[in-house]
Design a protein around this ligand. Structure first.
Ligand code: RFL
Ligand code: PHB
Length: 394
């Protein structure tokens, strides 16, 4: 027997995209159900992004989930780029008048899940066989299974917020879908440690042994990354090996302030650029990682997801409140223009800052020239700063 449910917007995925969309819709009286294949504990323990554009900060505040972020988050006015021991600060605030906020994605997810559940939202965790159906019909459906029972949700719209490995994007017919992809020939090994950060601001470093990033989650918790081989396994990297390698890549002066310790999380992530076009098929709309992936070097993935959701919520609210579907019609085009600019920035930062095995002597000179150009040109610095603090929504 199939158990029936009904809602206005069925949201697949309870990552930051799906949760924030549900919250923004709820605030305007629009009902949604969220389905996720993972457990709540699994979702709340995923360690991912750490840097929020100010536009994302404002969106979370406007949604009513900014209270803890404004207390515990750390605003940053700049960050450093280092190249073979030379270092240059990008003065975000001086160049753009804006800051970014250090606040973990894990915390944003916890804040959103807490608020959504407190307000009575139906979030189905550990749902299996989630499947959007009849998405070009006026009332599409989503089916799923939970605890051995089969459910069918009837809705007006489906939001595919189910990340890169989700089911929503796969529902698009091949005849209308175009995908664009670049896979980078290396990964990032990330480590979290309960020690104060090595510096007050982030440091992105290109060293002849590979890229390194010094980041943080709080005054007492640091997040570090080093470029690693795609063949590496986490077990290949003892804490000792990690600290040794990071110290070499950030150079002796910075490393003198490095407080090492036992890591409590260590993982390897591949780097990828990916875009699917269009972001809409019938009444199914994609948002966040379901539609695009950026390499993490520009700190853009989560922010791009928030930007999509701001546009999608606005379009749905216009449709429900004013019977105006023009923003839904232009959603994909508006998002993709911004997505490609952010893809460009993330690709640029990744290309400048990593070691590529197949780079020629000329390619390496180009990387150095990019760095020197940034150091010597305020215009180049401003362009980086504008992208880092976040491009306008449209
Ligand atoms: P998510 O977070 O992947 O959530 C998708 C949800 O969908 C569920 N799901 C399904 N549910 C039901 N049925 C299915 N078939 C499903 N398939 C999947 C999943 O369980 C999951 O809960 O996507 P969303 O919401 O679009 O959010 C995107 C962000 O998570 C992502 O872009 C960022 O984490 C990227 N990122 C960073 N972004 C930044 O803006 N700043 C950063 O500093 C930053 N650092 C990072 C990052 C990503 C990293 N990794 C691990 C990929 C650092 C790293 C290391
Ligand atoms: C992080 O703190 O996890 C982080 C910060 C900046 C990035 C990527 C990841 O560019």
């Amino acid at each position: 027997m199939t158990l029936k449910k009904s809602t206005q917007v069925c949201i697949i995925g309870s990552g930051p995209s799906g949760l924030l969309l549900s919250q923004l819709l709820h605030n305007e009286g629009i009902d949604s159900i969220i389905l996720d294949r993972q457990s709540r504990e699994g979702i709340e323990s995923r360690i991912r992004a750490g840097v929020l554009e100010w536009g994302s900060v404002e969106a979370l505040q406007q949604a009513g989930v900014g209270e803890r972020m404004m207390k515990e988050g750390i605003p940053h006015s700049g960050f450093d780029i280092a190249f073979d021991g030379d270092r240059h600060r990008i003065d975000l605030e001086g160049l753009t008048g804006k800051q970014v906020m250090i606040y973990g994605q894990t915390e944003i997810t916890k804040d959103l899940i807490g608020k959504r559940l407190a307000e009575g939202c139906d979030i189905v965790f550990s749902a299996t066989k989630v499947q959007p159906l009849n998405v070009t019909d006026k009332r599409p459906t989503v089916t799923y299974e939970k605890d051995g029972e089969v459910f069918e949700i009837e809705c007006d719209y489906i939001a595919g917020c189910d990340g890169y490995h989700g089911v929503s994007r796969k529902t698009f017919p091949a005849s209308i879908q175009k995908t664009f992809e670049r896979i980078y020939p290396f990964g990032w090994l990330g480590v979290m440690v309960e020690k104060p950060p090595v510096a007050h601001e982030l440091i992105y470093a290109n060293h002849s042994r590979g890229f390194a990033l010094c980041s943080m989650r709080s005054e007492t918790r640091s997040r570090y990354y080093v470029q690693c081989s795609l063949n590496d396994k986490v077990v290949d990297w003892s804490d000792e090996r990690f600290w040794e390698e990071l110290s070499i890549r950030i150079g002796p002066e910075t490393a003198a302030n490095l407080q090492t310790g036992d890591s409590f999380e260590k993982s390897i992530a591949p780097l990828r650029s990916f875009v699917t076009e269009p972001m809409r098929y019938g009444n199914l709309f994609l948002a966040g990682d379901a539609a695009h992936i950026v390499p993490p070097t520009g700190a853009k993935g989560l922010n791009l997801a928030v930007a999509d959701v701001r546009l999608l919520s606005r379009a749905l609210i216009e449709d429900y409140k004013n019977n105006n579907d023009s923003h839904l019609e232009t959603y994909s085009k508006t998002c993709l223009k911004r997505v490609w600019k952010v893809e460009r920035f993330s690709w640029f930062m990744s290309t400048m800052l990593h070691q590529f095995n197949d780079f020629s002597g000329f390619d390496k000179k180009m990387q150095r020239a990019e760095f020197d150009n940034i150091v010597d040109s305020e215009a180049a610095q401003r362009n980086i700063a504008e992208n880092y603090v976040g491009l306008p929504l449209e």
